[in-house]
Ligand binder design. Structure first.
Ligand SMILES: Nc1ncnc2c1ncn2[C@@H]1O[C@H](COP(=O)(O)OP(=O)(O)O)[C@@H](O)[C@H]1O
Ligand SMILES: [Mg+2]
Length: 333
C-alpha cells in the first residue's frame, strides 16, 4: 500500500501535496488541495505542534516540557515565490509558485534533483536573494531584514574559512563584524562554546589547513551558531564529506538542534538523511523548480539506530525515491 507507485498524473499538477503513510485512504487526489498543503498557519504547522504536545514529537522530547515555544506558528514563510533569471534567450524560470511554511523549532528538509532551485530557494529564505515575485518572511518580517539583524545563520556547502584565522577566530568572525549579541569577548566566548558543541573544543587553536573537511564544516556551523540565531539554514553542508563522517555529522546536527531549540532548514540530496532528520520534507521537481509534495515524517524522536529499523522509515524512503525519479523524468521531458 505504502510503497505503491506514484501516479505520474499527480505530478503534472502544480499543486503541492502531502503524503502520509498512515492515512487510511492514501491517494493523492484526496489530499491535493493547497489549503491542506502546509501553507500559512496550517496543518503542517499544527501537525508538528500536535506531536510536541502529544509527547512523542521533537518539542517534547528535546526540550522537556516544550513550554514557551509557539510551535503552532510558521516562523519561516515563503508565499508565491517566482524566480526568473535573465538569460540570452530571454529568461529562465527557476522557481515557480513555491510556498513554504516552516514551524518554529521544527526541522525541515528540502530535497530535489540538481538544478531544481534548492539553493536559490534557500538564498531567498535567508534574504540574500530577492525573488522576482512573492515574499519570504521570518517571524512576519521580510527575510532581508531578518538577515540584516543577524537572526538567521546560514551554512553553505563550502566552509569558506579564512585560512589565516584559527578555528576559534573563524567561528567568532560574524559576531566580531557586528553580531546581534555583540562581538569582542562575548564573541570569542560564544565561539568557543559553539566549537565545543560541534565537538571541536580541542581544535579551537588550529588553522584551517590543519583541519579535515568535516572539521572545517563544523567550524562553519559553529560560526553560524555563535550568532545565536533562532534559525539555521543549511545548503548541503555535508555534501563533500565521506559517508561515515556525514553520518556522524547528521547525528551531531540533530543533537545541536535538540540542545539549542533552533528552527532548521536543510537542503540535501540524501533521501535517508532527509527522513532521518526531518519533521517535514519539501520535495522539489525541476523545470521549473516547484514543490511536488510536503511529506510529514511521523517517526518518534529522538531518532536513533532504531528509527532506521522502523518499517515506516523504509516506506518513507521508497516513497521519496519514486517521487524524485518521476519528478526528474518529467523535468527532462
Ligand atoms: N545567478 C544566477 N543566474 C542565472 N541562473 C542561475 C543563477 N543561480 C542559479 N541559476 C540557475 O538556476 C537553476 C537552479 O539553480 P540552483 O538553485 O543552484 O539549483 P540546486 O541548488 O537545486 O542544484 C539552475 O539552472 C542554475 O543554473
Ligand atoms: Mg544547490
Amino acid at each position: 500500500m505504502i510503497g505503491k507507485a506514484v501516479d505520474p498524473a499527480h505530478l503534472q499538477a502544480q499543486d503541492a501535496r502531502r503524503w502520509d503513510p498512515l492515512s487510511p485512504a492514501p491517494g493523492f487526489a484526496a489530499r491535493a488541495d493547497r489549503s491542506s498543503a502546509g501553507l500559512g498557519p496550517a496543518p503542517s504547522a499544527s501537525g508538528v505542534a500536535a506531536r510536541g504536545v502529544g509527547g512523542q514529537g521533537a518539542g517534547t522530547d528535546r526540550l522537556g516540557s516544550g513550554a514557551g515555544l509557539h510551535r503552532d506558528a510558521a516562523q519561516i514563510e515563503a508565499r508565491g515565490i517566482w524566480m526568473e533569471f535573465a538569460t540570452r534567450e530571454g529568461g529562465h524560470v527557476v522557481l515557480s509558485d513555491v510556498d513554504v511554511a516552516v514551524p518554529r523549532g521544527s526541522f525541515v528538509s528540502v530535497i530535489g534533483p540538481s538544478g531544481c532551485g534548492k539553493s536559490t530557494l534557500l538564498k531567498i529564505l535567508s534574504g540574500l536573494l530577492e525573488p522576482t515575485a512573492g515574499e519570504a518572511t521570518i517571524a512576519g518580517k521580510p527575510a532581508p531584514e531578518a538577515m540584516r539583524r543577524r537572526e538567521v545563520g546560514v551554512v553553505f556547502q563550502r566552509a569558506t574559512l579564512l585560512p589565516w584565522r584559527r578555528a576559534v577566530a573563524n567561528a567568532s568572525l560574524l559576531t566580531e563584524i557586528g553580531g546581534r549579541r555583540g562581538g569582542g569577548r562575548r564573541g570569542q566566548g560564544a565561539a568557543r562554546e559553539m566549537l565545543e558543541l560541534v565537538g571541536l573544543a580541542d581544535a579551537a587553536d588550529k588553522l584551517p589547513s590543519e583541519l579535515s573537511g568535516g572539521m572545517e564544516q563544523r567550524v562553519a556551523i559553529a560560526r553560524a551558531l555563535a550568532l545565536d540565531p533562532e534559525i539555521l539554514l543549511m545548503d548541503e553542508p555535508f555534501g563533500a564529506l565521506d559517508a561515515i563522517t556525514r553520518e556522524r555529522m547528521n547525528h551531531s546536527l540533530l543533537e545541536i538542534w535538540a540542545r539549542t531549540a533552533k528552527t532548521v532548514v536543510l537542503v540535501t540530496h540524501g533521501i535517508s538523511e532527509a527522513v532521518f532528520m526531518s519533521d517535514q520534507i519539501c520535495v522539489m521537481g525541476t523545470e521549473p523548480g516547484r514543490i511536488l509534495e510536503r511529506l510529514e515524517v511521523d517517526l518518534p524522536r529522538p531518532r536513533t539506530e532504531e528509527t532506521i529499523e522502523n518499517p515506516r522509515f523504509a516506506e518513507y524512503e521508497r516513497h521519496l525515491r519514486s517521487l524524485l525519479i518521476s519528478g526528474s523524468a518529467e523535468g527532462r521531458s
